[in-house]
Design a protein around this ligand. Structure first.
Ligand SMILES: [Zn+2]
Length: 265
């Protein structure tokens, strides 16, 4: 099986404490399971730098790198920076580095009640603007903020956008798909109670569907609740395959091709 993990966080501390051998071992296991590409996502300046370091040191098959990086400031991390323009300058500089393939993850997260929504929206729009200026694709995080995400990205339909771990309605997915947007689905696709997510995955065109882990989070069934890793994508690929009525190898291959097109690898 050939797999592309469109979104993961191997710089996360959990790999040190919960995965035997740490992130290096997890990446080795991923390669063994057929994972050929991983995009490691930054969530602030520090983790964006860590993503680039991981990408630079990774070795894949036939000298093709295993890990690529996306860089950006996640909505819940915006509080860390005193001046947004300085933070954006740092993102711009990181985006110019080799093996950086996208701006992300950026977006809105209204899950926690004490969040500053105005600041989140400002960072989100400014980073979309930056992606437009740089001509780079964007990975979006949308948690409990579907309406406001929609209101902002409708002004950026010229930018290549992927909704990571898509959790909106199937109806909204159809609208986004009509705008040419992509969707990546992870372990949630295998959860019993995730009918809505499966409906979305089924409703959008197959060429817009990517697979991801969001590792170390959201491990698929039967590993739900434990640390996630790219090797478990075989379960997610199987879930997508049964929705599509194809075999798992074909579903994985389609998602891999879609991810390569989106990230321009
Ligand atoms: Zn993530």
């Amino acid at each position: 099986m050939h797999l592309f993990d469109a979104h993961a966080h191997y710089d996360d501390e959990r790999f040190k404490s919960e995965y035997e051998g740490g992130a290096d071992a997890a990446l080795r296991d991923a390669r063994r399971a057929g994972v050929e590409y991983i995009v490691n996502s930054g969530a602030d300046i520090k983790t964006s730098e860590a993503s680039i370091a991981l990408a630079d040191s990774s070795v894949g098959r036939n000298d093709v790198p295993l890990v690529y990086a996306s860089v950006g400031i996640h909505p819940t991390e915006t509080y860390k920076y005193e001046n947004m323009n300085d933070a954006l300058d740092a993102v711009r500089a990181l985006a110019a580095r080799g093996r950086v393939v996208a701006i992300g993850e950026i977006g809105l997260d209204y899950h926690y009640p004490d969040t500053n929504k105005d600041v989140q929206r400002e960072y989100f729009a400014a980073q979309l603007e930056l992606a437009r200026e740089l001509g780079m694709p964007v990975v979006i995080h949308d948690r409990d903020a579907h309406g406001d995400v929609y209101d902002i990205i409708k002004n950026f339909r010229d930018v290549d956008i992927m909704m990571h771990c898509y959790s909106g309605s199937a109806e909204m997915a159809r609208q986004y798909a009509a705008w040419g947007m992509r969707f990546s689905f992870g372990g949630v696709l295998t959860y019993k109670n995730a009918q809505k997510t499966r409906e979305s995955a089924l409703t959008v065109p197959r060429e817009s569907v990517l697979l991801e882990t969001d590792a170390p989070y959201l491990a698929p069934t039967p590993h739900r609740g434990k640390i996630n890793c790219s090797a478990y994508m075989t379960y997610t690929a199987a879930a997508l395959a049964s929705l599509w009525g194809v075999d798992a190898d074909e579903a994985a291959e389609t998602a891999l091709c879609n991810a390569k097109a989106f990230y321009r690898i």
